[in-house]
Write a protein that binds this ligand. Structure first.
Ligand SMILES: Cc1ncc(COP(=O)(O)O)c(C=O)c1O
Length: 916
């Protein structure tokens, strides 16, 4: 049996403990007199003990059924106990307890016992009522508890849309553990009798309390406020849930308190029907999918199509002799649902007034935004929309240079003056980290000194990065606003849509940080803190400002946008993305330009299936996002643990930890690894709260250089060709295994099996290798692990594209369009002519984006000077794909004449320096 500390979370522990109990009871039933019987009995006792603590938070099988089981066993009734435990584990595994009552007694026949979730058809599953659990928080005796549960149960009606069971916990702390452990809970009834503290002492459960944050302060609250406080605390960790507060206090005493997720207060009454209806209504509000429902309805209507869409209603397919297979493959519904805004009947994405508008509003609620906009062309388009809506030609934008290409193109289109920010390099793995806050502040302070702060418009960062580095979003915004109090932030969260639904992750999302900041800046305590810091910082020099954690003025404008590829990390068809907005000036200043930008980039024929999938994806995360994210993190953590502790794997592979990917200076907590073979799991909450950067553990970078294969070969030739495992990103000596909300324990197990097989094969190969072969292998490994070209920084824009030498921003748009005239460009070969040209003292300037894949972002942009470091890097790259580079011709660069003309043009513009 694995020890408790081997588990990252109690959910896996629970599953494994039940299986272990089933196995042990089965054994005892079969061989009661065997030599191991004594040890088995001891194990069973231990399992019953730990499970009894765990089961107190779940409605199925429920504490009384569990106690009954335990008694059966204690009374020597092993066969009956074994039988019941088999039924429980089966129901927990196939989810049948969600659909019907599971009798645990052997005498009661379970007619549907052989029903298996896996073989239930999707149609049959769609017809069953969704199930959830309601947590009642009250300190009750057994009799009261039974009465309460029965009272709620007797309110059930045949036409209820959902079915639920309840679980009772006695205290505020138990309720917090419960909502973080039991993902089935959708609603909480908080009653006046609740206590404060939990009696449970199981560390794997009490650890959840740290994640609820702010728990240190609760001891000071008076008992009558426990209920409201619980509603407020749950709002921080599971904002999607509903709470119902039953209180014996007066309306006046409750009014004015922050009641967090509380949907309704019941004043000293036991109106069970009202409570029941409210609970169902609360879940229905999240379940509802206005656009998906409208589309389904539409597809049922008989309509004649006199429109330009032959595929609509499947007509062009069903009548075809040649493309029938398409109809057979997709089934009829997708074509029945093909329609367009101009056909009427459904809403329009470009001017939404009906179900699309409502679906977007629900998405805003789910993702914590003030406004949400759907996009059917990926985050690539979302990024361009936001940039165009906010950036005017000549505005200065600070951008991380290793951002997605859509931003670079966005800068070209908007005519921005671009300040490229360098991320810290991870030379030994050939990848970049993220941009240190000090670097961002440094650039802002320089712009301020140059008198250009009024033209600085936006900071654009990728959070999290492809490799999983996550910013301290709130801190970055605070410190930047302290220098430029109306700066707009665009957080590219293409890979981070799921983060909203993990309590630890949520704190580092753009929308959550924006809300926190707005709340904080309003308070009088904050104003005092700010004044105090201002007095201290009077006449402070830049060095001091860089070192100080700056506070923004209380009147700062909080202006935050985040763009998310829903399709990358949540359920949505490909290209389904969202733009979330929390901008205090959106209505006053941006709405119109946002609309124009949206029109510029959005197709007039947006795909309705994508929109419907965004609507359904939103329903899913509001009801089970927490569960899925929790499972994803667990899967990733067990993968990290398995690779880093397996004796064979350790030889050839290494999982990169936070310590490997984030320099010490940016990890204030000092935590370098989320798992340590000696110390077990670190609770990541602490570092996620404090550190400048943290690592998203669900993205597992594994160094494979030790196998003698580079990342690309390992990906294509080994994982893909031999084992059919697909991965997304590689660097010279690493591959990235991404988990997602669909990753299961068995898919992780399969990957580990494959890696072990690869490692064993390598062992065999090296065992039989000749001395020469061995030397060659060692040389390859050394080359991959040690001889890596240093990653180059952004050099600079050529003077012809800069207004002055005071600060580094450059006019990427002019450079981009200058290259449209072929006469302005020339080609220089990487190995020959380019070196000669540099050595002759000429400045070589790139005329295009040069994007090697990997790493997948431009190492040169139009107008950028080619430095020796960049050249060395390009020459050392052994990747086959370098977008923008023509191996037959060389690097496309500007002619000296074109640069001189461009410089002349800039000088001739008297107002250019100020960009007016
Ligand atoms: C950081 C980042 N932003 C934006 C995008 C573009 O997203 P989409 O594929 O949804 O257009 C990607 C795609 O990989 C990305 O990695």
């Amino acid at each position: 049996m694995q020890s408790m500390s081997d588990y990252y979370s109690a959910v896996q522990l629970r599953t494994d403990r039940w299986s272990a109990l089933r196995e042990a009871l089965n054994f005892l039933e079969r061989e009661p007199n065997s030599r191991q019987a004594k040890a088995t009995r001891a194990k069973i006792t231990e399992l019953f003990e730990s499970l009894s603590l765990i089961e107190a938070y779940w409605a199925f099988p429920g504490v009384s059924a569990f106690a009954h089981l335990h008694r059966q066993y204690e009374n020597g009734n092993v066969d009956d106990a074994a039988f019941s435990v088999r039924r429980v584990t089966r129901a927990l595994t196939n989810g049948s307890y969600r659909r019907r009552h599971i009798p645990l007694d052997r005498d009661v026949v379970d007619a549907d016992e052989n029903e298996d979730e896996a073989v239930l058809s999707p149609e049959a599953r769609a017809l069953t009522k969704p199930y959830f659990e309601v947590m009642i928080v009250d300190d009750l005796n057994e009799h009261q508890e039974r009465w309460l549960k029965n009272s709620l149960q007797s309110m059930r009606r045949a036409d209820d849309a959902f079915t639920y069971e309840s679980v009772v916990v006695p205290s505020l702390q138990d309720a917090l553990i419960g909502v973080l452990f039991n993902h089935n809970i959708q609603a909480i009834i908080v009653r006046p009798g609740l206590k404060l503290e939990s009696k449970v002492e199981l560390p794997i459960l009490t650890r959840y309390l740290n994640r609820a944050g702010g728990i240190g302060e609760i001891e000071e609250i008076p008992p009558e406020d426990y209920g409201p406080e619980l509603c407020r605390l749950i709002a921080k960790v599971r904002p999607e849930l509903d709470a119902y507060l039953v209180t014996d206090r007066s309306v006046e005493a409750i009014a004015g308190l922050d009641l967090g997720i509380c949907r309704r207060v019941f004043y000293n009454q036991e109106d069970f029907m009202e409570l029941h209806l409210n609970i169902l209504r609360g879940v229905q509000a999240r379940y509802k999918t206005p656009f998906f429902t409208a589309l389904k309805e539409y597809s049922k209507q008989p309509t004649g199509v006199f429109h330009a869409m032959p595929i609509s209603r499947g007509k062009s397919i069903s009548r075809s002799h040649w493309i029938q297979d398409m109809g057979a493959f997709y089934g009829p519904n997708i074509f029945m649902a093909e329609t367009s805004a101009t056909s009427g009947g459904l809403d329009s994405l470009l001017e939404p007034h009906g179900p699309i508008k409502e679906a977007q509003e629900l998405a805003a609620r789910a993702f914590g935004a003030k406004q949400t906009f759907f996009s059917t062309n990926g985050t690539s388009t979302c990024n361009k929309i936001v940039v165009q809506a906010l950036v005017r030609p000549g505005d200065i934008v600070l951008v991380d240079r290793d951002c997605h290409k859509s931003h670079h193109y966005g800068m070209v289109l908007a005519g921005a003056q671009v300040v490229y920010l360098d991320s810290y390099p991870l030379n030994e793995y050939s990848m970049y980290g993220a941009v240190p806050l000090k670097e961002i502040k440094h650039q802002l302070l320089k712009l301020k000194a140059a008198g250009k702060l009024d033209r600085v418009r936006m900071l654009l960062l990728t959070n999290c990065t492809f490799d999983g580095i996550v910013y301290n979003v709130e801190r970055v915004m605070e410190e930047c606003l302290a220098i430029k109090p109306d700066l707009v932030f665009l957080w590219d969260e293409a890979w981070f849509a799921f983060a909203r639904f993990g309590p630890t992750y949520r704190q580092r999302t753009g929308m959550n940080a924006a809300k926190n900041l707005r709340d904080k800046l309003k308070t009088p305590q904050y104003a005092k803190l700010y004044e105090k810091q201002q007095a201290k910082l009077k006449d402070a020099d830049d060095e001091t400002l860089l070192k100080t954690r700056l506070l923004p003025p209380p009147h700062s404008r909080v202006r935050v946008y985040s763009t998310q590829s829903t399709h990358k990390t949540l359920t949505s068809l490909r290209q389904g993305s969202m733009i979330h907005v929390n901008d205090q000036d959106f209505k006053g200043e941006v709405e119109q330009s946002f609309h124009e930008a949206y029109m510029t980039h959005t197709s007039t024929s947006p795909n309705y299936q994508i929109i419907a999938s965004l609507d359904v994806g939103r329903r899913q995360v509001e009801l089970e996002g927490f569960e899925f994210v929790q499972r994803q993190v667990e899967a990733a953590m067990s993968m990290r643990r398995a690779i880093s502790t397996h004796p064979v794997l350790k030889k050839y592979f290494k999982v990169l930890t936070a310590g490997d990917m984030i320099p010490e200076a940016h990890r204030e907590s000092g935590v370098s690894s989320y798992y340590d073979p000696d110390q077990g799991w670190t609770d990541i909450w602490n570092c996620w709260e404090k550190d400048e950067f943290v690592l998203d553990a669900t993205r597992v970078t594994v160094v494979v250089g030790g196998t003698g294969w580079d990342g690309d070969t390992f990906k294509n030739k080994i994982l893909m060709d031999k084992y059919g495992i697909q991965i997304n990103k590689t660097s010279r000596n690493t591959v990235l295994f991404m988990t997602n909300i669909g990753t299961t324990r068995s898919s992780v197990a399969y990957l580990i099996e494959v890696l072990v097989e690869i490692a064993n094969d390598l062992d065999d190969l090296l065992d039989d290798a000749s001395r020469m072969e061995r030397l060659s292998f060692e040389k390859r490994v050394k080359n991959l692990m040690h001889d890596l070209p240093p990653l180059p920084d952004f050099s600079r824009f050529h003077d012809a594209f800069r207004a002055d030498n005071d600060t580094i921003e450059g006019d990427i748009r002019s450079a981009f369009f200058l290259s449209y005239d072929d006469r302005n460009c020339d080609y220089l070969e990487l190995d020959g002519s380019i070196i000669k040209a540099i050595e002759s003292g000429r400045e070589i300037v790139s005329a295009s984006f040069i994007i090697p894949y990997p790493p997948g972002f431009p190492i040169l942009v139009p107008g950028q000077v080619v430095s020796r470091e960049i050249l060395a890097f390009m020459r050392a790259l052994d990747v086959s794909e370098i977008h923008g580079y023509r191996p037959d011709l060389g690097l496309r660069v500007f002619t000296q004449e074109a640069l001189d003309n461009q410089a002349g043009l800039r000088l001739a513009m008297p107002t250019n320096k100020k960009g007016e």
